[in-house]
Structures are given as structure tokens and as C-alpha cells.
Design a protein around this ligand. Structure first.
Ligand code: NI
Length: 169
């Protein structure tokens, strides 16, 4: 089922997620719906807050559905190590048409549970490292807007206000 993606400034996007404790059919259905929703919007990452649910669940697939090996469901995830620096453009399904450069760690090691509750660790660099950091921020109620430089943030807010005025947001 395709879920509705909420846009900035919907308050749920600022809400830190509750940890998941029950790994049941309802969770697995929600994860499947999140993948379906993300693919329908051609995104590479989606956090539960973006479909109106403040829980620590995110899905990532850099292949956008083309390579099953790249499908990642991450529950209660955390970054356990970070290294280096990258400064690249990011987008967000809750900020349609906005792309801005954001500083992130170049490499991260993460730990998370899968949709069955099994803990795993994995490393990511470049785009995958950015996706981890961007999506895990969502789970803390943090948006990439607050990771932008003050200048880019005010330019972005101006752009959003213009789109809102024109009815395109
Ligand atoms: Ni996002």
C-alpha cells in the first residue's frame, strides 16, 4: 500500500521516533509499505516520520528497486563510527525539488535491527553513508535543512515559501 508522504513543515518531521520493541506482522507490513511508497516516489531513502509515524524505522535502496541485495530495512539504527568528511547534494522526499549540499561524514559504520529484530552491523561510504546519516537524522526529528549552512538554509526557506505561495508545495 502506498502511504502519503508528508512535507515540511509537518510537525511529525520534527518528532524523534519511538524505539520499536515488537517485531510482528504489523511492522513487516509497514516496512513493505514504506518500500512501496519510496519506490513510487523514486527515492533512495524514506523514514517513518515522512509517512506520519514517529518510530525508529527507515528503508534505503540506492538501486531504487533494481537490485534486491541493496534493499535495507533499518529498525532502531545507530551510527557507531564515523570517519572523514563529504560535502555533496542531498534531496528529501519531504522537500520536493529542493537539492542542497550538506556536510556529512565520508564513511560510517552502523548497527540496526532488521524487520525481524535481528541486529546487524554494516559499513557505508559515499552515497550510502549520506543516506544513513540523512535517514537516521529523520528518526531523531532532524531535517537536512538544519544541516545546511545558514545562507543555504535561508535560500531554501525562501524557495519553499515561494512555492507555497504559488500553490506548488
Ligand atoms: Ni529525507
Amino acid at each position: 500500500m502506498i502511504l502519503k508522504i508528508v512535507k515540511y513543515p509537518e510537525p511529525v518531521l520534527d518528532t524523534p521516533g519511538e524505539p520499536v520493541v515488537e517485531f510482528d506482522g504489523e511492522l513487516r507490513k509497514f516496512v513493505a509499505d514504506m518500500f512501496e511508497t519510496m519506490y513510487a516516489s523514486q527515492g533512495v531513502g524514506l523514514a517513518a516520520q515522512q509517512v506520519g509515524v514517529a518510530r525508529r524505522i527507515t528503508v534505503i535502496d540506492l538501486s531504487m528497486g533494481k537490485d534486491p541485495a541493496q534493499k535495507l530495512a533499518l529498525v532502531n539504527p545507530e551510527i557507531i563510527a564515523r570517519e572523514g568528511r563529504q560535502y555533496e547534494e542531498e534531496g528529501c522526499l519531504s522537500f520536493p525539488e529542493i537539492r542542497e549540499k550538506v556536510v556529512r561524514a565520508a564513511k560510517v559504520r552502523i548497527r540496526a535491527q532488521d524487520e525481524n529484530g535481528k541486529w546487524f552491523e554494516m559499513d557505508g561510504e559515499e552515497l550510502l553513508a549520506r543516506a544513513f546519516q540523512h535517514e537516521f537524522d529523520h528518526l531523531d526529528g532532524v531535517l537536512f535543512l538544519s544541516r545546511m549552512s545558514p545562507l543555504k538554509r535561508s535560500m531554501t526557506l525562501r524557495k519553499i515559501r515561494k512555492m507555497q505561495r504559488e500553490g506548488n508545495w
